[in-house]
Design a protein around this ligand. Structure first.
Ligand code: IDP
Length: 139
C-alpha cells in the first residue's frame, strides 16, 4: 500500500523569483497537507550528499552548485498516495515536456532549474525527510 507522505524542495531558482507562495498554494489546492516546513540553505557538500545517486552524471556538478546557490524551502506533505500524486502534480523533469497546469510547466525555468523536487518513492520520502528534519520538527 502506498504511503501517505512525500517530501519536496522549492529550489533556489523558484525561491529567488518569489514563487514560494504560489507553489505552496498549488500543493494545498491539490489536497496536500503541510506536516513540516523549513526555510534553509544547503552547503555544496550537503547538496552533493542529498543527490549522491546522481554522482558521475554530466549534470551533477551544475545541479549541486544550483541547489546550494541560495535559500530553499523544504516541506513534508501528507495525502493518500502522496508520492505518485505529487510527481503528477509537479510534472516531468523537463518543463518543456511537462503537462499543462503542473508546477514545473508553470514555474520551472528549464530542465536544470526546474522549480521543485519531489520524492520518487516512499523510501526516498523517508530518507529525504530525515535528511532535513529532526524528530521534534514534525508531529
Ligand atoms: P526528478 O527531479 O524529476 O526526479 P532526477 O532524474 O531525479 O529528476 O534528477 C534530479 C534533478 O537533476 C532534476 O530535478 C534536475 O534539476 C536535474 N536534472 C536531471 N536530469 C537532468 C539533465 O539531463 N540535465 C540537467 N539537469 C538534470
Amino acid at each position: 500500500m502506498p504511503g501517505k507522505v512525500t517530501f519536496t524542495i522549492i529550489k533556489p531558482g523558484a525561491v529567488e523569483r518569489n514563487l514560494t507562495g504560489p507553489i505552496l498554494a498549488k500543493m494545498n489546492e491539490a489536497g496536500f497537507v503541510i506536516k513540516a516546513l523549513k526555510y534553509t540553505k544547503l552547503k555544496k557538500e550537503q547538496a552533493c550528499e542529498f543527490y549522491q545517486e546522481h554522482e558521475g552524471k554530466p549534470f551533477y556538478d551544475y545541479l549541486t552548485d544550483f541547489m546550494s546557490r541560495g535559500p530553499i524551502v523544504v516541506v513534508i506533505l501528507e495525502k493518500e498516495n502522496a508520492v505518485a500524486d505529487f510527481r503528477k502534480l509537479i510534472g516531468s523533469t523537463d518543463p518543456a515536456e511537462a503537462e499543462e497546469g503542473t508546477i514545473r510547466k508553470l514555474y520551472a525555468q528549464d530542465k536544470r532549474e526546474n522549480a521543485v523536487h519531489g520524492s520518487d518513492s516512499d523510501a526516498s520520502a523517508i530518507r529525504e525527510s530525515d535528511f532535513f528534519f529532526s524528530r521534534v520538527e514534525r508531529f
